[in-house]
Design a protein around this ligand. Sequence first.
Ligand code: MLC
Ligand code: AMP
Length: 478
Amino acid sequence: MELLEGLVRRAGTSDSAALVTVGDEALSAESLLELADATAERMRGARCVAVCATPSMNTVISIVAALRAGVAIVPIAHDSGRSERDHILNDSGAVAMLGEHSWDDVALPAIPLGGAGGSLSAGDSSDLNHAALIMYTSGTTGAPKGVLMPTAPIAACLDGLADAWQWTEDDHLVHGLPLFHVHGLVLGMLGSLRRGNRVSHTVRPTPESYASKMSEHATMFFGVPTVWSRMVADPSSAKSLQGARAIVSGSAALPVAVFEELQQLTGITPLERYGMTETMITISTRMDGDRRPGHVGLPLMGVETRVRGDDGELLNHDGVSIGTLEVRGATIGAGYLNRPDATRESTTPDGWFVTGDSAVIGEDGMHRIVGRTSVDIIKSGGYKVGAGEVEASVAELSGVAEVAVVGVADADLGQRIEAVIVAEDGASINADDVIAHVAAQLSIHKRPRNVHIVESLPRNALGKVQKAQIRASLEESS
Ligand code: MLC
Ligand code: AMP
């Protein structure tokens, strides 16, 4: 299957206009495909490669090259720290870094982009389940897990979204989201290369950079809720989106007030969609359907959903019964790499993926996401961060006796990461050191924004730390 069919089609025409722009770098379809195919020729048969996924053309060419070669590629956050990237490179078994990067500690060979610079030898990829992409995502505990994503579910997701949003080759999509997660990479970049529409990446998703693209006839904008709340805080940028066709929000809940202000300022009713790295996008509101604040819409073509109560019973679609959302169908990935235990635990015996999100389904089929079933999954600025991985990182510091990490409600980020620490007797802990350590070891976006030093952590009778209580008291005092 040709995933990037729009790119290939456009490359076969005489159109030399830019198809992909990242910041001030631009490539036509033909030039992008030529560069990617020349790179692909030198890596066919390799097990898997990694890319330091900066917001740059380097990342776009690398991903397209790997997809064309049929070699799995792992996009690694460009702001990742040493222990996070060590984990990802070891766990994935990547045999080379594609394109440029500035990580001195990475010992893998670097494969330059284009037609020259040596070839990769074959490696065993039999454990990769035909993955095209391996994307790392955080869980409640432990280091991030690699999600195996073959071409077919990616294509199913992108075609389902095209159907829901009337997304065509005539669109000009603008976004500035990271190129190492589903939202910015799969939907924004690969979605455009599948449709064959023009795409502009703004490097950072700022209101001004989005507004500036209206002079280039932008039609669609993607953002996480933080992008949209910053947009409505800058009414003149927001107003300049009037005349676009679609504003899409996802990766976290879009606050009702932001939805309404965005609608008022732009005249466009936002589209909202829901998904996960493991399942791609499964639910969305539609261009030709109802778009209500607080609602993420209907299952995409080829996707089914259901909601289960605490006792395992299936709940009615009545608009009030809250349960754990389960999804099944064409967009679901091929499990976690090296984690058969986690793959088994996330799937029911009859093949449904258990999302861990609490949801309600209305009589009309509209879905509402009401929260997470675990306090240990934090969504900050649309990034998923596991409390456990941040706690393990903070615990490496000397003087830390105990630590609890929680996501505190935040008007800008949705949730902000905060760490509560008990120091060892006589030890003094500096908050800035804690923040800098997590930024340097995990990633900058996983750093706690605040650190609190306390005497003790609240525990229940069984000795379990009461995270919900910690979160509530931090929210009360903020
Ligand atoms: C701050 N900085 C530091 C630092 N503290 N640098 C080093 N060490 C430290 N301790 C610097 C950073 O390098 C950066 O610099 C600057 O501070 C800003 O960083 P920030 O404050 O963390 O960024 P912020 O403005 O808060 O980012 C907001 C945001 C971002 C919305 C732009 O959160 C974002 O891009 N979110 C998107 C996440 C996403 O795509 N999620 C999708 C997951 S997929 P500089 O110079 O670089 O600015 C998924 C499925 C689905 O969920 O449904 O889609
Ligand atoms: P990730 O693992 O980064 O792909 O994050 C997936 C999680 O993001 C989901 O399990 C949800 O908790 C959250 N999410 C994604 N889209 C939405 C949305 N539209 N509304 C609420 N939560 C969302």
